[in-house]
Design a protein around this ligand. Structure first.
Ligand code: MTE
Ligand code: MO
Length: 263
């Protein structure tokens, strides 16, 4: 299986956006960055995550910048991680089916057998017993209707549900002060997110899309869906979760993509 190449820039919009809009608004961006809100990683994707605006059109890039600016006024940057919620949408806006992406084509997806699959736990976790799918289905579910933003220049609104990641990490006795939550997937894809993002209220382990189990191409039986990261951080077909203080290079970070990729 060959890796579909991906090249910078981080976001390639559907209609080419004049990237100079970011330059034109440099003062505003610098003001935002000074307070550390965007951690020096302002991209059109991060703007879309923050504001929910469609970043494929130049006027909405500008309204996104204005929205960030308005929100930022008087706000403490440190509050972002815990209290700033990414935009959510209504069920009527949900795209069905979702839009597929992986580092290979959809016909190369190898379905996971939900009957034999088990979620493996490793690292800084007290209770490392593996979980069957039936056990996971018994956990309380949270629904997120959020925008998925792929750096290849497309996005869609999706309706995901499954156990809240913070609740799950708490339940298994994970060290919530550890630095990273690392995901190993059935297709040998790897991703990791910082603990603050893992504990964000809009991060879930999704088992369902639009109320039905996620279908094979979209990560059956279990995937990460977080509103605070770009598309590629949302690991599909998760096999193992590791809680760790050791940074391990991830699939896309090894190819030179930004590791943080979020807000
Ligand atoms: N296991 C695995 N997860 C993955 C990928 C992948 O190749 N393998 N691709 C990522 C990328 S680049 C994107 S945009 C999203 C696509 O998710 P979707 O198919 O549900 O839209 O999955 C992410 N998670
Ligand atoms: Mo992506």
């Amino acid at each position: 299986m060959s890796i579909r190449p991906r090249t910078p820039p981080l976001l390639r919009p559907k209609k080419p956006v004049d990237q100079s809009v970011l330059k034109q608004n440099r003062k505003l961006i610098e003001a935002i960055d000074r307070r550390g809100v965007l951690r020096g990683t302002l991209t059109l994707g991060a703007l879309a995550l923050l504001t929910g605006c469609d970043v494929s059109e130049e006027p909405s890039v500008q309204s996104a910048l204005r929205a960030v600016s308005a929100w930022n006024d008087g706000a403490q940057a440190a509050l972002l991680r815990s209290t700033h919620l990414a935009p959510t949408f209504s069920p009527a806006q949900v795209v069905k089916p979702p839009r597929f992406n992986a580092y290979y084509d959809i016909q190369d997806v190898k379905p996971v057998d939900g009957a034999t699959w088990k979620l493996q736990l490793t690292g800084l976790i007290k209770d490392k017993r593996p979980w069957t799918l039936q056990q996971i289905y018994q956990l309380p579910e949270q629904e997120l209707i959020i925008r998925h933003i792929c750096v290849e220049g497309w996005d869609y609104i999706g309706q995901w549900s499954g156990p809240n990641l913070r609740a799950f990490l708490t339940r298994i006795g994970a060290d919530l002060t550890a630095k990273y939550v690392y995901f190993i997937c059935n297709d040998n894809f790897t991703e990791s997110i910082d603990m603050a993002s893992a504990l964000h209220p809009q991060s879930i382990l999704a088992t369902k899309y639009a109320g039905a189990p996620i279908t094979d191409p979209f990560g059956f039986p279990l995937r990460l869906r977080t509103a605070v990261k770009l598309g590629y951080k949302n690991a599909k077909w998760i096999r193992t979760i590791e809680v760790t203080n050791t940074f391990r290079p991830t699939f896309w970070s090894k190819q030179g993509e930004n590791w943080f990729a979020g807000i």
